[in-house]
Ligand binder design. Structure first.
Ligand SMILES: [Zn+2]
Length: 110
């Protein structure tokens, strides 16, 4: 069992990693991808799922950090949003009604 305190610390680190990934993306996109991988490794160790706010910030298949308009495209259909990763071509279907969309800065209109 992993204690609650360790989990809290780990989740905090994951937030930091995603912040860094966001900052580094313009100059060093490969670093952002590494941060995603590290975050996933931490999650595996504490046996937790990815926090909702980060779910759509990376590609599930190739683990690259996604920025809409840069290496990802967002297409709105009736009930879905199609999020396509340009690195590997993988498309994720996201229900628009899903609660997971709330508070996700990736999918807000600019
Ligand atoms: Zn991908």
């Amino acid at each position: 069992m992993v204690s609650k305190k360790i989990k809290e610390i780990a989740l905090e680190r994951i937030d930091i990693l995603f912040d860094l990934a966001k900052k580094e993306f313009k100059k060093h996109p490969e670093r952002s991808n590494r941060y995603v991988k590290i975050a996933k490794k931490i999650l595996m160790k504490i046996q937790e799922k990815m926090p909702r706010k980060h779910i759509y910030s990376y590609c599930k298949k190739c683990n690259s950090y996604l920025v809409i308009g840069e290496n990802a495209t967002k297409r709105k259909k009736k009930k879905f949003i199609n999020l396509t990763c340009k690195n590997c071509g993988y498309t994720r279907k996201i229900y628009i009604e899903a609660k997971t969309l709330k508070g996700n800065p990736m999918l807000k209109k600019k």
